[in-house]
Design a protein around this ligand. Structure first.
Ligand code: PBG
Ligand code: ZN
Length: 323
């Protein structure tokens, strides 16, 4: 008989055998940015998460930095009146996100600033690219995503993170940043294996980016597949991605683990998405689960699968209450 229980006999022994832990540098904390001043607007489907104007956002990043979190991810939320068919506000050099990047970099230069690169928050139809006959037009979208990445890079973003799931988007961004001489300074975090998931529901409220018709299944991945996620990751690495991502996180640990095993040379990011956050939050608030324990177990599972970084709406609260 092998005496496994030796590993578990007391807390100190269990700690000694633990392979995985969580710390502030593991986290990337997302922000939703809106126009205005002094705005700190709660998002109903994501209790604890707010939309911030640039001034309150910069203030909040100061708090978050003190908590040991050194990486943030920015999403722009613009008024419907600012949206058009081509998502023009996405790649305006004075866009909301460009101004937010400049402001946060000036106030907190050591924070790593990552910007989401996608058109869905900026198009009147709410799809991630240009439309042609009610479907996204892949190749015509690429230069617009590249231009969006370029204006973010120019504003000072450390990473640009294309999330549109257009084929060739990494290559298009890589080329545009090289042309501008910005590729040394600006890195690319690719949303490589992004599944067409119902877990994005609360985010679409938060960012006001729900498609006005149809769904995203012609560009985001079908989750009933074994190997397409790995093929997407491989293509992104070939096109020049510096970091790769699997999204959502907890329901897709198999893809994270296989991606890390097959491509160990490129660090893996996992996105614990809005629905994962809201489910834990709602169940905790109802008293059905112990919030700290369920968050800890979820984050540990994501790291155990091999993710190096975790994008999580829980990052700040975790560091505040449980670190
Ligand atoms: C936009 C985008 C989405 C998310 C990140 N970027 C929504 C979507 O693709 O439908 C989801 C993040 C979350 O749910 O927390 N391309
Ligand atoms: Zn999008």
């Amino acid at each position: 008989m092998k005496r496994f229980r030796e590993y578990r006999k007391d807390q100190a022994t269990r700690d000694r055998y633990a392979d995985v832990s969580i710390s502030g540098e593991d986290f990337i904390y997302p922000y939703f940015i809106v126009e205005g001043e002094g705005v700190r607007e709660p998002i109903p489907s994501m209790p604890g998460i707010n939309r911030y104007s640039i001034d309150t956002f910069v203030e909040d990043v100061g708090e978050v930095e003190k908590l040991g979190i050194d990486k943030i991810l920015l999403f722009g939320v613009v008024d419907d009146s600012e949206k058009d068919e081509r998502g023009s506000k996405a790649y305006d050099p004075d866009s909301l996100i460009c101004r937010a990047v400049r402001a946060v970099k000036a106030a907190h230069p050591k924070v790593t600033v990552i910007t989401d690169v996608c058109l869905c928050e900026y198009t009147s139809h709410g799809h991630c690219g240009l439309l042609h006959h009610h479907d996204v037009e892949n190749d015509a979208t690429l230069p617009l995503l590249a231009e969006m990445a370029y204006v973010h890079a120019k504003a000072g973003a450390d990473y640009v993170a294309p999330s549109a799931m257009m084929d060739g988007q990494i290559e298009a961004l890589d080329r545009r940043l090289r042309e501008a001489g910005l590729r040394e300074k600006t890195h690319i975090l690719s949303y490589s294996a992004k599944y067409a998931s119902a877990y994005y529901g609360p985010f679409r409220d938060a960012a006001d980016s729900a498609p006005s018709f149809g769904d995203r299944k012609t560009y985001q991945m079908d989750y009933r597949t074994h190997d397409q996620g790995l093929e997407e990751i491989e293509a992104d690495i070939e096109e020049g991605a510096d970091l790769i991502m699997v999204k959502p996180a907890l329901p897709y640990l198999d893809i994270i683990a296989r991606g890390v095993e097959k491509y160990p040379q490129v660090p893996m990011v996992a996105y614990q998405v809005s629905g994962e956050y809201s489910m834990i939050k709602a169940a905790s608030q109802a008293g059905y689960l112990n919030e700290r324990n369920i968050v800890y177990e979820s984050l540990i599972a994501i790291k155990r699968a091999g993710a190096k970084y975790i994008i999580s709406y829980y990052a700040k609260e975790y560091q505040q209450r449980w670190a």
